[in-house]
Design a protein around this ligand. Structure first.
Ligand SMILES: [Zn+2]
Length: 360
């Protein structure tokens, strides 16, 4: 059975109670519209400011029921395996006890399994296909009777798609509150759930990688989602206003700049995740730049990676969106298989991230 919101919260508490020396509960400051507190479980024997961190997000989209369960399951697996000094296996994707130790004692994994609990509760009790959060549109605005913001269009990265993209770019974002899927919200980072993710990145500058787990395609997406990647023209980037009328078009010779080294790291780590997934039961998720799915604005992964470019004091965060499985709410026996794939991918990310990043 899929976990409900209360079960996710109690899992965080019980895991911390069971492994107090290897975990810590982190509570971001912003309550959801319905008054819920959300929490992270940090897993690692070292302090948060001592070693590099990986932020793992789930549940941003309410109807995608598997990612929160996957993150809770992986946190439990890693804590138990470290405690018992055993390895972990997901199908033919295996990790030795020494590898588990390496991850837990040289990194911090920040599990944020349910970023949007209001949405998940609504999806699990009332309307299974619900995607957004549950915040009503501001009173008096057009569409003020409508509810919910797509949190993965609400981050402060090219948020105002109507002024930042070519009119004919097929950006999957909407400024209409009644859009049931991709309403971006009234302002960048207007939503408490978005601000909680921003708070985590602001508060813990040792975070160098982020994976936002979604469903379902499946595919592993790396930066960027705003336009095709290019590594030759640094001036062609999201901060350049002269591109606001042309951004997002395919094959027009103008793309979003990503340094060759960062792209190499992003792709190499994604390939290692994909290898780990394939070993579970043979499914090939594939790896592509997020733009390959469709152009986007305001997403978590591009926001995370853009932070060091808009603020030189910010840490560079390589961002991923992992679209797991091939349906939102499969029967749980299938979900368990997908959870193994996600677990294998994220462990592979943790295991390889420092080496691949330092070696590039
Ligand atoms: Zn999603």
């Amino acid at each position: 059975m899929y976990l409900n919101v209360a079960e996710i919260e109690s899992a965080i508490t019980s895991l911390h109670d069971a492994y107090p020396d290897t975990s810590e509960i982190i509570t971001p400051p912003h309550l959801t519209h319905e008054g819920r507190t959300t929490r992270l479980l940090r897993v690692g024997t070292r302090q948060i400011d001592e070693v590099p961190g990986i932020l793992l997000l789930g549940g941003i989209h309410a109807r995608e029921w598997m990612p929160p369960d996957a993150l809770v399951s992986l946190a439990a697996d890693v804590l138990e395996a470290h405690d018992l000094a055993t390895g972990l296996g997901y199908g033919s994707s295996t990790f030795t006890a020494a590898q588990v130790t390496q991850v837990v004692e040289n990194l911090n994994l920040l599990f944020f399994p349910c970023v949007n609990p209001d949405g998940r509760a609504f999806s699990q009790t009332t309307s299974a296909t619900w995607r957004k959060n549950r915040r009503p549109a501001p009173a008096g605005s057009t569409g003020s009777s409508c509810i919910g913001v797509d949190l993965n269009r609400n981050f402060d990265f090219l948020w105002d798609h109507t002024s930042k993209f070519a009119p004919d770019a097929d950006v999957h974002t909407s400024s209409t509150p009644c859009n049931p899927q991709v309403y971006r919200g009234p302002a960048p980072a207007s939503e408490p759930e978005t601000r909680n993710v921003v708070w985590v990145l602001d508060t813990y500058p040792k975070i160098q990688w982020m994976a936002d787990v979604h469903s379902a395609v499946p595919v592993i997406l790396h930066n960027w989602g705003s336009d095709q990647n290019q590594s030759t023209t640094p001036a062609d980037n999201f901060r350049n206003p002269s591109l606001d009328t042309v951004r997002g078009r395919p094959d027009d010779g103008i793309g979003e700049f990503i340094p060759e080294r960062d792209l190499k790291i992003a792709v190499e780590l994604a390939e290692r995740m994909n290898d780990a997934i394939r070993a579970v039961r043979g499914v090939d998720y594939g790896v592509e730049a997020a733009y390959g799915l469709y152009p986007t604005s305001g997403t978590s992964d591009d926001y995370a990676y853009s932070r060091h470019l808009t603020n030189p004091a910010a840490t560079k965060v390589i961002g991923y969106t992992i679209e797991c499985g091939d349906s939102f709410q499969p029967v749980f026996s299938e979900a368990e298989q997908v959870i193994q794939e996600v677990s294998a991918a994220l462990l592979a990310l943790a295991l390889n991230a420092p080496e691949v990043t330092d070696g590039a």
